[in-house]
Design a protein. Structure first.
Length: 516
């Protein structure tokens, strides 16, 4: 009987401690693809009984159980002019785009924290057991974790760049670890390792000397009692990474870095009737052209648009284009326009031949998930790296934006449509993506609850976090080894020389004496 009560009590304890945690999610980016990542995980946590609050620009139309929103009204409209100019990013350099991202990130952090709805929320008396932060040039949000004295989980929208790794001291040697800004053709040759090392040191210094101090300043503006950001930055419990071994390189992960790439893909829903009929009736197949949710293809320069249309008009396949306007000048008869598409569900249709994409990680993941080859036209951020990797793995062709011409695109289209290697390779990658012991979403939920259950799971912290950089690189040890080897050697050589010289001088003295 006592045993039974014990079991019941501990069962109830488990239910209470994990089943009804209070979780705050901060997914402030006015970019739907970024929000989608948080939304998928947070709604699942809510469905499993947790009380979830999320700070977001995307208001829910209908109420969701256990799911409360603090809506950043006006944020989407405010960022739109910047998004309309995204194609200009193809002209950027690494340094320019680092600064561009950081400046944009800081502005978004500041406008989020100063938003009246967030201010009101901070003043009302809330408590949280966990904070889940979107990880994207927003380290000032670590202030939320301190404010609520709750463990911090971050969700990285991309295969982890070194600015994210640093907070948990994950091994990321530039000898073999590509960064978001690495040369897309990165390999382990001397030149590439040399350049990648320079880049790595550059980004780490940039983060340390430029980004963190600025983020710290913004954090203190809204969380005046927080310690220096350095203390909070290195106190992250867990990194959930929107990446998967089927699409990214094999690199080391500490136990508190968890790959969950593919988790955002939902079981395909029924398509709207017109779309379903259109796809079913395409006996030669359909090419899907979509530049994601941030880039709008209606902002493509006219000359690029014309080249694309000419290449499309030569196809016997149908083309479904996510186009954000009512009309498209010179629209060929085989091209169908749609302002919005349930992208993943469309890709899942068996008649889809290939996806033409900007190479965002969500689109790339969806293509691999459903086994559809890719033509990538990368524009900014990690897109070029994603497509270059896919091309290396033999299921994509990269068409650089600057070389986006009718001939270039036609060539890529005929190659991917007619050469069976692309489909075979992506099918294999797809199999790898699905070859997991548990579903990626369940994995994400498990580790999130794990952090709550173990009060921050600090046993997962790497000892490397307590080292300074020269200790981590063993420079002090190497220095001592050099001393141990070279000091005696030096003493011996010096002694030997002295001995020889003395002998010589004695000889000289004695010969001098003789002469006298
Ligand atoms: C680090 O996080 C833990 C919870 O995971 C918290 O108890 C601790 O106070 C945090 N440290 C700092 C300096 O905020």
């Amino acid at each position: 009987m006592r045993k039974l009560i014990q079991v019941l009590v501990s069962f109830a304890f488990i239910l209470c401690s994990v089943n009804s945690a209070k979780i705050l999610g901060v997914f402030h980016m006015p970019a739907y693809s970024h929000y989608q990542l948080g939304d998928r995980l947070l709604k699942e946590l809510a469905a499993r009984g947790h009380e979830v609050t999320v700070i977001t620009p995307y208001a829910e139309k209908n109420p969701v159980k256990n799911f409360k929103q603090i809506v950043l009204t006006g944020a989407i409209e405010k960022l739109q002019p910047m998004k309309d100019k995204l194609f200009e990013q193809t002209e950027s350099t690494v340094i320019k785009s680092l600064v561009w991202l950081e400046v944009m990130g800081l502005e978004l952090v500041d406008s989020t924290l100063s938003h009246p709805n967030v201010q009101e929320f901070l003043k009302s008396n809330n408590q949280f057991d966990l904070v889940i932060l979107h990880q994207f040039v927003n380290d000032a949000f670590k202030g939320f974790c301190h404010y609520y004295n709750a463990p911090c989980v971050v969700l990285s929208p991309m295969a982890v760049p070194c600015w994210t790794h640093a907070q948990i001291a994950n091994p990321d040697s530039p000898a073999y670890f590509p960064d978001m800004y690495s040369d897309p053709a990165f390999d382990t040759s001397f030149t590439q390792r040399f350049l990648n090392s320079l880049l790595y040191v550059g980004i780490r210094l940039f983060n340390h000397l430029y980004a963190i101090p600025r983020q710290n300043e913004v954090m203190h503006k809204y969380f005046p009692n927080a310690p220096h950001l350095n203390e909070l930055y290195y106190n992250t419990s867990l990194i959930l990474v929107n990446s998967h071994i089927s699409i990214n390189s094999a690199v080391p992960y500490l136990p508190n870095v968890i790959d969950i790439g593919g988790y955002h893909v939902k079981t395909p829903k029924k398509l709207p009737i017109d779309l379903q009929e259109y796809l079913d009736g395409a006996k030669d197949g359909v090419v899907l052209f979509s530049l994601g949710s941030n880039l709008q293809s209606k902002n493509l320069p006219k000359e690029k648009r014309e080249s694309i249309l000419k290449a499309f008009s030569k196809l016997k396949q149908k083309v479904l284009w996510k186009w954000e306007d009512e009309t498209l000048p010179n629209q060929p008869p085989n091209v169908k326009l749609s302002k919005w598409l349930p992208q993943s569900d469309v890709i899942a249709h068996p008649n889809i031949k290939l996806l033409i994409t900007h190479g965002g990680l969500l689109s790339t993941t969806e293509a691999v998930y459903h086994g559809v080859p890719i033509i990538g036209i990368p524009i900014f951020a990690d897109q070029e790296k994603n497509i270059a990797l896919a091309e290396k793995s033999g299921y994509a062709i990269l068409v650089p934006y600057k070389q986006l011409t009718e001939e270039g695109l036609s060539h890529a289209l005929s190659e991917v449509i007619n050469n069976p290697k692309y489909r075979a390779n992506v099918k294999w990658r797809s199999e790898i993506m699905h070859d997991e012991p548990i579903k990626q979403l369940d994995k994400a939920v498990f580790w999130t609850e794990y952090v709550i259950k173990h009060k921050g799971a600090h046993h997962l912290r790497s000892a490397a976090l307590s080292l300074s950089w020269y200790q981590y690189l063993l420079l002090d040890v190497i220095a001592v080894v050099i001393l141990i080897i070279f000091v005696p050697l030096f003493v011996i050589i010096k002694g030997f020389k002295k001995y020889c010289c003395q002998k010589k001088s004695i000889k000289q003295v004695s010969t001098k004496k003789k002469k006298n």
